[in-house]
Design a protein. Structure first.
Length: 133
């Protein structure tokens, strides 16, 4: 199971660390304590929170666009077949679906709660595991 510290969880959910702490204290976001007594969040819980947060209306924010866009997000669902895997990613309010080979999904260890970069170019979405997580 992937575990993330408060600052990492905040970055992945697109909110401040204080917001993540408040959500944990109020029970809105499940958390536990690691061996050092620090608050940690399960990747699957963060994935569920990311989906729930994306369903809530948010103010529109203009952002720069380019021919190539990269979105850090959490895998929320993986459906594996014999040859291919369908991977759903929630990156803030954005939901991406990528079809990759099953071999690639297995090699990357894709599962709900895993952090990925969704790299979008034209109609293709590639998934990468960032080094910092």
């Amino acid at each position: 199971m992937s575990l993330y510290r408060t600052t990492q969880a905040a970055e992945l959910l697109g909110v401040s660390p204080d917001t993540v702490r408040r959500w944990a204290e109020s029970g809105r976001l499940a958390s536990s304590l690691d061996a050092d007594g620090r608050r940690v969040f399960a990747g699957e819980d963060l994935a569920a929170a990311a989906v729930a947060q994306a369903e809530a209306p948010s103010p529109s924010r203009p952002r720069a666009q380019s021919a190539r866009n990269r979105f850090v997000g959490l895998v929320t669902r993986v459906v594996r077949d014999t040859v291919v895997a369908q991977v759903e990613v929630q990156a803030g309010p954005h939901r991406f679906v990528s079809v990759v080979t099953r071999e690639a999904a297995d090699e990357l260890g894709l599962a709900p709660g895993v952090v990925v970069d969704a790299v979008v170019k034209a109609t293709n979405v590639s998934l990468e595991i960032p080094e910092r997580y």
